[in-house]
Structures are given as C-alpha cells and as structure tokens.
Write a protein that binds this ligand. Sequence first.
Ligand code: PMP
Length: 393
Amino acid sequence: MKRMFSKRAREAKASEVRELLKLTDNNDIIAFGGGLPAQEAFPVEEMIEVCKDILVAHGTKAMQYATTEGNNEIRGLMQEIMKEKGITAEIENILVTSGSQQGLDLTAKVFIEEGDKVICEKPTYMAAINAFKPFSPQFLEVEMEEDGITLEDLEALLQQNPDAKFIYTIPDFQNPTGRSMSLGKRKKLVHIANKYDILIIEDNPYSELRFSGETSPPIKSFDTEGRVIYLSTFSKIVCPGFRIGWVCGEKEIINKYGLLKQGTDLHTNIFSQLQILYFFKTYDIKQRINKVREIYKKKRDVMIETIEKEFPKEVEFTRPMGGMFVWVTLPEDMEAKKLLEKAITQGVAFVPGEAFYASSEVKNTLRLNFSGLEEDKIQIGIRRLAEVIKNEM
Ligand code: PMP
C-alpha cells in the first residue's frame, strides 16, 4: 500500500502530542488542550427557529447546489462586518469558505510551490502549519514580543530572503500565545511588506473576542497595495460546527481561491450559510458578541487569578486581553511533553508548545485553553497543574 501514497500522504503523520491528547478524552481529566469555543454561548434555541424560517423562505433552494463564491447576502454581511473595522471591500473581494481553515488550505494551494519561503510567527497556529506543510514550503520563523512579531528580525530575514512569498500572522489574541500586535506594528508591517514586495496573510478569527484594552484595526485596513489577504470566521462568535468563514482580498486573488475551492467542495454548505445569515437578520450581532465576550472574560479572569496564586514564580505566562488561550513558558530545563505525561496521571492536560513551532524545537512552552471549560473546572485544573509543575522543579 505504501507505494500508492503520494509523498504528501507519506509525510502526513499524527504527532506524538496528538496521540497523548487522545488519552485526555475522558471525563476525569480536565483538558486545557482543546480549542473549543464556549458551548454555553451557542444559540441553540434561536437556531431551531432560524432553520424553520430558512426552509419556509427558501425551500429546496436551501438544499440545492449553490455558487462557489457564496451566497451574496452573506457576503454582504461579511462586507458590513469588515467595514466596521475599516476594511473597504466589494462583494467580489469576498469568498465564503468552509471555516477559515479552508482559507488556509486554499492559501497554500494558491501560493506555495515546493521550497517556497513562508514566514510565520514563532510560535504559530498548529493547523496553519498543517495546512501549508503538504505543499512543502520552507518555514522561516520570526520571534514574537508581547506586542507581536519582532519587526527588526522580520526585516533582517527579508533582506536575506527577498524571494519569500508571504508572511502569515494572527494579529489578535494569537493562537497559541494570546498576544496581540500593536497598532504601530500593524502599520509598519504593511510598510515592510510594500518595501519587500511580499504578501501578508492576516488570519483573524479572534478580534471580536476582546474583553479588555483598546481594539486595533486589522492589518488589512492599512493595506494600500492589495497585498493583505484577510481571513475570518463565524466560528468564535456563533459556533464552529457550521463551518462558515471567509477570505477577503484583491479580485484576481479571490478568483484563484475560488477556482481551487471548486475542486475541494464546489461550495460551502448553503444551509449553514443561510443559518448564519438568518441568525443575524433576526438577532443583534453586537448583543451577541457582547454576550460571548462576557462569558470569555469570566473564564480568562478565573484562569489568570488561579495561575497567579498557584504557579511557581519561575513560570511565565501571558495575560491575554481576548481570545481563548494563555501561553505558559516553563523553566528552560523543563520539558512540556514529559510534564504532560505526568499531568495526565494527575487528571489535567494541555498542549505542549512544540507543535506550534514551524521549524524550530522549543520544549518548555505549553498552551492552555480557557474558553471550553466551566469556571470551577478551570480552577481545579490549574491547581492540579501547579502541583505537577512544582513536583518537577
Ligand atoms: N485560524 C486560527 C488562528 C484558529 O485558531 C482557528 C481555529 N482554531 C482557525 C483559523 C480555524 O477556524 P475555523 O475554520 O473554525 O474558522
């Protein structure tokens, strides 16, 4: 069978970490490893009504094949959402995708040839690495500071690698670190991209999930040369299971994304698109976002307060002002993967940070998710984890 597989398939392997995390799928373990949005915020009752309304209004149209680009009304909703953030787009600049994860997959298909240089944050979103990897790019990592990517390092890298194709960045409440890029850096990043003639892939699923501090406009809002491709999603403000996201960019680029999307799924689930559309026709989007923020803020507060109280001083952690994750840096000689094995025996789990590095090996970091767990579980889980860390020191 082996010889039948493509190089891509041969090289696709489940990570050790993923295998370990499978063990945590049991009720006795408090799992900070997942990246699940808070399910108590999912609008179940509202969606029951919405589904009926759609079928009454559209009948078979909600069940028929639809256009690759996506339903025009929902593209209009996406246009409105971006306009509020300072991004001016026409409908033709928008492609509806099956989650923003598909936007990442299409990004790889549209731009990456074997050996192409792709710049990403260190660390970065694991599933973006997984989306790009089958196309065999060369990953170049740039260190991050509390306010986002280190621009001096980026420029130095671009001077050495003027042929790099794109910079992939998650500017708001980054997955995995929870860090956000400052306003100044967003503007400078566009300036640097213009100077070195490189594209920016702005993956922005979390910007609405801000519960403290000042909002910064997306990088795309400073784009003067059509070189920023903006990805977003309804996964975090409504629910991820419907798989509705979008890509916004120059028409020439969006056209290519659309052509390659056809071979993947013809179009994004039309019933799901209508569910999101009708939900926001009936219910207030701002109220909705405020409700989600409130829930997330409480969970973040509980996690940070408990960490502050329980973790040894040698352990560093981020204090995100939004999003779903806290990033922990252990003392240098401590290995997060080994710690996970012990943590599981004590009824708590997390994701070791190593999976979030595209090309380097860093062993002493880990990611904690706070959105998917109840507040009392967060408290208990952090206490358990603190004990495991203390025992290792
Ligand atoms: N980008 C980032 C940074 C994410 O954290 C996620 C979700 N974990 C996605 C993209 C994909 O989101 P979705 O496909 O649900 O829109």
